[in-house]
Design a protein around this ligand. Sequence first.
Ligand SMILES: NC(=O)CC[C@H](N)C(=O)O
Length: 269
Amino acid sequence: MAKVKTLVITGYGTNCEKESAFAATQAGSDQTDIAYFSDLVAETYSLTDYNFIIFPGGFLDGDELGAAQAAALRWRYMKTVSGISLEDELKNFLASQGIILGICNGFQLLVKLGLLPAAGGRYFERQVSLSHNDSARFEDRWVHLVCNPDSPCVFTKGLDQLYLPVRHGEGKLIAKSEQVLTELQQANLIALQYIDPQTGQPTQKYPENPNGSPLGIAGLTDPSGRILGLMPHPEAYNHPTNHPAWTRGKTTMLGTALMERGIQYLRRL
Ligand SMILES: NC(=O)CC[C@H](N)C(=O)O
């Protein structure tokens, strides 16, 4: 049984690292560390010592240039003190069968880096972006979601509907072309969609869909299913009392269920 070692990466304005690390531990991670991006540069921590990486939510570089844009350039062009490229570190991590979860700002980073959706196996090529919500404001509330049962995603396996909080200003998915949107559907890379709770169907309608994302896209996976990025915050629903109606006896599946599924996948390797 593989030991699950989780690395949560922070720095430059990320602010959900502690909650994400807490949720990973709740979900069963055997060891969970928080590292600054600069720790990776200094080689105090190395991605390849871990098999689960979390890119948490926050405001990388204050959302200047667009959410996670500058951070994507740092990952692409910076090297560690002994000259290893951080992009190569990510490539080595993926080659070693590790799993990656990007939450909100972390999802924005993964799409800007081209790690998601990597349709057609084209990793590190930017195929989609996440931009300003149609409402032109920050949206902060809970949303209903459905998981795609046909998606290869290891995090959503066996999960159906979820109810999770969102809090973002740039969550609308913009595809490079119509062709990319078709590829996402054909390869089942759309792992999570916003739904209208009345019909259970994916929706583009506000406010059920908080940002206007086409096809109700809330989360994407890659062709291997080992990377998940999503706009909602599963780590923020780590206990029944986080549910807005828990005092009225209402709770739903915890957000940490996504992390649990990812961890179960690693244990089976
Ligand atoms: N909660 C978050 O991670 C927010 C992400 C980003 N800063 C946005 O507003 O879109």
